[in-house]
Design a protein around this ligand. Structure first.
Ligand SMILES: [Ca+2]
Ligand SMILES: [Ca+2]
Length: 461
């Protein structure tokens, strides 16, 4: 075929004429193509339209070209119209894998490519996908993550295989204890007591089971063991008890196999992992029997809750208990008290903790000259979001009350702030026939004292 027919054929039957994007691809392609002992060789998808043009690949993505890939003395544009490229695939070591510019009307074999891809992958309920290629091409992968609170079963990753199918077990997400990690041991088998000891030494404790999701997960995760596995329930003072939390087993959480528990002397509990009958159900058994061990590692890790909270283990998860003064759920937000202002005739100085007027902040007050604070001078913002006391006010200092005018005299007072206090001023005088001994005016000063002694009125002699 000439080059134009060759490309059209590629587009009809496959995706397009081959595009080479590296020396490695070029070598790989040469290794795939049947060897030719003589011309014609193979058309590849690179051309130009005019002799001064750059060589251009079909499509628009690839720009790769290499000086080393041309055969000796090529491209030579021998007939001034060699605008297409052939790939030599023969036994001549100097030519094999090299390119030659050729007349596009020459007859050669087309080399095409086909995009191989997979259908859109299955997204599990309660899960999300993260795919390396949005067109799901051959060899691309998709990773599955489960929503918070769900456990991933089977594989986390699927790969698009060359047959156009996703390779890998279809992931599913089940409700469960996402924050716990499980560990098991069947070598050696252990009595219930030594199983618990081993768990406590190496992990947090024997596994406790919160919900059906965990049961499903454990039954999937653990290998079959003919003697099955101990779990963290045993009889304590006649009551079935979760040993890790010391809580008694609630009827709604029971998962006994048919007819179990069946023996007053069987004080420990095993789980029938991958058993044909009563799969994943529980049986009471004699504690000294040797079985597999299943442990968990606690959910609370360093940093689980941030610096303003304590991590508290719950069955299958954890919660963050905020320190006093910090708000749920993140415990990052500090409780704030209502903003306060300086008092009239006074000043306020605040020391902020994490935010202005937040838990741990304190504000001190003082008053201008002539004024006193009515209460304690420092307020603290408490963990409750309340101030430790009401904001203080500044009141003018009081002078001793002047109840009466001088005997045989009069008094005329003004009180700009409050009665007989800082700023108050009294004019004094005597009745007709008397004379004033002392000052004719007194004022209440900043320290709460009268500026002068009270005058008296003297009778005329
Ligand atoms: Ca040539
Ligand atoms: Ca039993």
């Amino acid at each position: 075929m000439n080059w134009t027919d060759a490309r059209a054929w590629c587009q009809n039957v496959y995706t397009d004429m081959v595009v080479i994007q590296s020396q490695v691809e070029n070598d790989y392609l040469v290794s795939l193509l049947p060897n030719k002992t003589q011309a014609p060789y193979y058309w590849i998808g690179i051309t130009k339209i005019h002799k001064n043009d750059n060589w251009t690949w079909v499509g628009d993505n690839s720009t790769w070209i290499s000086d080393q890939v041309w055969a000796y003395n090529e491209p030579n544009n021998n007939h001034s119209n060699e605008f297409c490229v052939e790939l030599y695939v023969n036994n001549d070591v100097k030519k094999r894998g090299k390119w030659n510019d050729e007349k596009c009307s020459s007859q050669k074999y087309p080399v095409c490519y086909q995009v191989v891809g997979c259908p859109p992958p299955f997204r599990p309920l309660y899960g999300h996908l993260n795919c390396s290629d949005q067109r799901y091409a051959f060899n691309s992968t998709c990773r599955v993550g489960c929503s918070s609170g769900f456990l991933l079963l089977r594989s986390a990753e699927v790969t698009c295989s060359s047959d156009g199918n996703w390779h890998g077990l279809r992931p599913i997400c089940i409700r469960g204890a996402h924050a716990w990690t499980y560990h098991y041991s069947i070598n050696p088998l252990r009595s219930w007591n030594s199983a618990q000891k081993w768990c406590q030494q190496h992990y947090t404790d024997m596994v406790a089971i919160q919900n059906q999701g965990e049961i499903t997960y454990l039954n999937w995760m653990l290998p079959f063991n003919p003697s099955y596995y101990w779990i963290g329930i045993r009889k304590v003072a006649g009551v079935w008890t979760w040993v890790g939390t010391n809580r008694s087993l609630m009827p709604e959480a029971e998962n006994w196999a048919v007819g179990e528990p069946n023996n007053a002397y069987e004080d420990c509990v095993e789980m029938y992992i991958k058993r044909d009958k009563d799969m994943a159900k529980w049986n009471d058994a004699t504690c000294r029997k040797k079985k597999g061990t299943v442990c968990y590692t606690a959910s609370c890790l360093e940093g689980s809750c941030g610096i303003h909270a304590d991590c508290v283990e719950t069955i299958g998860n954890f919660t963050c208990k905020c320190h006093p003064g910090f708000l749920s759920p993140s415990c990052e937000e500090v409780i704030a008290c209502a903003p306060i202002s300086p008092p009239a005739m006074g000043n306020m100085t605040c020391v902020n903790s994490l935010a202005p007027f937040s838990f741990g902040s304190s504000c001190s007050f003082n008053c201008l000259e002539g004024y006193t604070l009515a209460s304690n001078s420092t307020l603290a913002c408490l963990a409750s979001g309340q101030w430790s006391q009401p904001s203080p006010t500044c009141t003018a200092r009081s002078c001793p009350l002047l109840a009466d005018a001088p005997h045989h005299g009069w008094m005329n007072c003004s009180h700009p702030y409050s009665s007989f206090s800082y700023g108050s001023h009294c004019d004094l005088g005597c009745s007709e026939g008397f004379w004033l001994r002392g000052t004719s005016g007194i004022a209440c000063n900043t320290s709460g004292d009268w500026s002068r002694e009270m005058p008296t009125c003297q009778g005329k002699v």
